[in-house]
Design a protein around this ligand. Structure first.
Ligand SMILES: CC(C)(COP(=O)(O)OP(=O)(O)OC[C@H]1O[C@@H](n2cnc3c(N)ncnc32)[C@H](O)[C@@H]1OP(=O)(O)O)[C@@H](O)C(=O)NCCC(=O)NCCS
Length: 304
């Protein structure tokens, strides 16, 4: 067996990395594979240049897995094709990613190293992590899912509001204002806007899948970005938010209802969203739209 590793090169690598995720999701092998839309979001929205921190792992010259390191979140992520899951190939990549990243993080005086997206059902990965001294953090996430095949909720809007897709890059400041406030970004708005513009100019952004509710005076109140996956026909919501000035008025529900309808119209049969285990308001919002918690996604951490 010959294993080789190489850095990320271009969009064709991105597509191949997404194909690893899709194959994993189709295999339903108790491991968790993030949605291909998550990868789009990480690589093209995040400030940190994550594309420089990717390794593509080939086995006999075919892509069999990839790893991604992030210094800002102190995490390493490893995804391998379903055939490689639980085998020594996966353990080798995990070990390399942990050791390489731990040495970078130590130089940066980080307190710990983490890995996320561990399904509570993925016993082989959990076993490996526990053997290496990792422990599950009390924090984690829930995967919430909903069928799109029936009972789509109607869109109820407060008077004077409308729901529509973002019209294009010229609306970047309106779009950024809603997102900046919804997530309480620590960046100044003037630093935040260029990041949103970069994302809107990236090859993965489709304004028709970026839905917003608009107030009578033209402000963007709530938003959701949709990531359809034509292979598995599961559409992802990432991210979702409501500007604090507009919360508690049903605008989160309204934009989600429009998103469910759009994903259905695009041929998706299922939808999913990940929610932090302590984000009760978001969990409540998704439950009120018919989503149910499917399973926990654990974060494992180890002190450095
Ligand atoms: C979560 C969030 C989008 C809710 O938006 P919103 O526009 O206020 O939500 P809505 O008014 O449409 O309310 C939807 C449902 O959630 C419930 N809800 C909303 N906020 C809540 C809160 N703080 N506590 C309890 N329930 C809450 C509402 O009661 C309603 O349920 P109901 O129809 O059964 O009464 C908003 O709080 C937000 O932007 N949070 C920060 C960003 C975030 O966490 N995004 C989600 C990431 S997964």
């Amino acid at each position: 067996m010959t294993i080789t590793a190489r850095p990320y090169r271009d969009l064709s690598d991105f597509k191949e990395m997404q194909a690893v995720l899709t194959a994993g999701r189709q295999a339903a092998n108790h491991a968790y594979y993030v949605h291909p839309g998550d990868l789009s979001w990480w690589l093209f929205y995040t400030d940190e240049n994550l594309r420089d921190k990717i390794c593509l792992w080939e086995w006999n010259s075919r892509l069999a897995g990839w790893s991604l390191l992030s210094t800002s979140s102190r995490t390493f992520d490893v995804f391998v094709t379903p055939e490689m899951h639980g085998r020594s190939f996966e353990a080798k990549i995990m070990l390399w990613a942990e050791e390489f990243h731990a040495s970078t993080l130590k130089n940066l005086h980080s307190r710990d190293i983490r890995t996320m997206w561990v399904a509570e059902t993925d016993l082989s990965r959990i076993h490996w992590l526990e053997m290496r001294g990792f422990l599950p953090s009390p924090q984690g996430m829930f995967l919430m899912q909903r069928s799109l095949e029936s009972d789509l909720p109607g869109i109820k809007m407060p008077q004077g509001f409308q729901v529509r897709p973002v019209a294009g890059e010229h609306e970047v400041r309106l779009r950024a204002a809603a997102s900046h406030a919804a997530f309480g970004s620590s960046k100044s708005f003037e630093d935040y806007c260029p990041r949103m513009l970069r994302f809107m100019q990236s090859p993965v952004y489709r304004p028709e899948n970026d839905l917003v509710t608009v107030s009578p005076e033209g402000r963007f109140a709530s938003f959701c970005l949709l990531w359809p996956d034509p292979v598995t026909r599961v559409g992802l919501f990432e991210p979702v938010g409501t500007h604090p000035a507009f919360r508690g008025r049903g605008l989160g529900k309204a934009v989600l209802a429009a998103g469910l309808q759009r994903l259905h119209d695009l041929g998706m049969t299922q939808t999913s969203v990940c929610v932090e285990s302590d984000n009760f308001s978001a969990a409540r919002l998704y439950e009120s739209m018919g989503f149910k918690k499917s399973f926990r996604l654990l974060t494992y951490e180890k002190p450095l």
